[in-house]
Design a protein around this ligand. Structure first.
Ligand SMILES: Cc1ncc(COP(=O)(O)O)c(C=O)c1O
Length: 425
């Protein structure tokens, strides 16, 4: 047996306890887990909905595997490969636990949210569709949770039913019950809007679908970091998210499937690793999740993702949520002090994400001007063109917060926006 090399860096218990109270000092401590802020001390990073910064423990866990434990999984008879396989599968179990499930076989690794949604479209939904069926989604969705359904609808002569929004930026659910009928093959909805920050009332939405036995997909890309999620806690059937939006690596994400539909998940990519038996005449396949893993999976990505979830659990989602709430409320209080600002939407429940425009200034010009003050924010359509069109907008500027952000950064944002308005007028 080869020995296990101990991690040089660990997110130890004492550190976790300090982090449990997210006050001014602990935010400093949280920041110290993100080396990017050492490299760029003046960076005001407000683009967390696009990607969060990478935690040190994530990179350390990944590079430790890559440097000291690297071997291909599921194939070798030798120790190093067996240990890599064990680590990979243990992480699957840990991730299932993070999703409130004791069944690791509900969890598949993918490249991210976009990949997971496309897999559901091709592996689950396409084989069940017949002309005259319908798929229900919302106008609020990221393109990743819109275009795959639109493409299927066009290919199979299926109707795409789109839940609209009201003037405040909440989903208008008045027609949802009528949208969901015997021909509805899937309801696909996000948990939190990546453009407006609206928290969708999933209880109500999923409840309506479940009463009619309609499978539900939840895009949790913007909520996985700080909300309790999982197919069991949310009572949905497909759940997707990306590692890079929760302090983890790029190129890794999750597709969780409810036990009810595990047997309906068909392979969509063919090759090694997913088979039971291959004959010249016919191939038989393993069950989900192993029937999705054709080829070598992103092993160190999975290890990095598990480290990211451990980091999040160390802080605690309720504390993360309340910190984000505090920052959102503070920003909503301060931003209206900027002359000519329009905050986009006023939803009943929102968190972490605020879109806005400044009178007569294109959002790209806002982002360029703020960049000179070290403020990183996003400008454009945020991959939600149908939503922006529905609101009569071309683009917005968007700020999005995470646990390492603080009120001083919001003050800098507001000061910089005021200066821009002075400069422009
Ligand atoms: C709500 C939502 N869904 C899906 C995606 C796509 O995620 P990824 O690019 O990691 O596949 C994003 C990314 O911004 C998102 O915010």
């Amino acid at each position: 047996m080869i020995g296990i090399v101990k991690l040089k860096y660990s997110f130890d218990i004492a550190e976790k306890l300090v982090l449990l109270k997210l006050n001014k000092n602990s935010i400093k401590k949280v920041r110290s887990h993100f080396p990017i802020f050492e490299a760029h001390p003046n960076l005001v990073y407000l683009d967390n909905a696009a990607t969060t910064q990478r935690a040190q423990s994530v990179v350390t866990a990944q590079s430790h595997f890559d440097l000291y434990e690297n071997a291909n999984i599921h194939r070798g008879i030798y120790d190093l490969s067996n240990q890599a396989t064990q680590k990979f599968e243990n992480d699957r179990t840990e991730i299932a636990r993070f999703l409130g499930s004791g069944n690791a076989n509900t969890v598949a690794f993918t490249q991210g949210t976009t990949a997971s949604i496309n897999i559901v479209a091709q592996s689950f939904l396409a084989p069940r569709l017949q002309a005259g069926d319908n798929i229900v989604t919302t106008i609020m969705e990221h393109h990743a949770n819109f275009i795959p359904w639109q493409m299927l609808a066009q290919k199979y002569q299926v109707e795409l039913r789109i839940v609209p929004i009201d003037k405040n930026g909440d989903l208008d659910l008045s027609q949802l019950s009528n949208f969901l009928d015997k021909k509805t093959k899937l309801l696909a909805v996000s948990h939190i809007s990546n453009t407006l920050g609206t928290i969708h009332p999933l209880d109500e939405i999923i409840g309506l679908a479940k009463r009619k036995d309609i499978p539900v997909l939840v895009d949790a890309a913007q909520s996985a970091c700080h909300f309790e999620i999982g197919v069991d806690p949310l009572n949905c059937d497909f759940l997707t998210f990306s590692g890079h939006k929760m302090f983890g690596p790029f190129g890794i994400g999750i597709l969780q499937v409810s036990e009810k539909y595990l047997a309906d998940m068909m392979p969509y990519n063919y090759g090694g690793g997913i088979i039971k038996d291959v004959k010249v005449e016919k191939t038989s396949f393993r069950n989900f999740p192993h029937n999705l893993d054709a080829g070598t999976p992103n092993v160190s990505g999975v290890i990095g993702l598990a480290a990211a979830l451990e980091f999040i659990s160390g802080i605690g989602k309720p504390d993360m949520q309340s910190h984000l709430n505090k920052l959102t409320l503070y920003a909503l209080d301060q931003l209206p002090k900027v002359p000519g600002i329009e905050i986009i939407g006023n939803p009943k429940r929102r968190i972490g994400i605020i879109s806005f425009n400044l009178k007569n200034i294109h959002p790209h010009d806002i982002a360029s001007f703020l960049n000179k003050d070290g403020i990183a924010l996003r400008a454009g359509m945020h991959c939600t063109q149908p939503l922006l069109n529905a609101m009569g907008l071309q683009a917005t500027a968007r700020v999005s917060f995470s646990i390492y952000n603080n009120e001083e950064e919001i003050n800098k944002l507001v000061a910089s926006l005021k200066e821009l308005m002075r400069f422009w007028s």
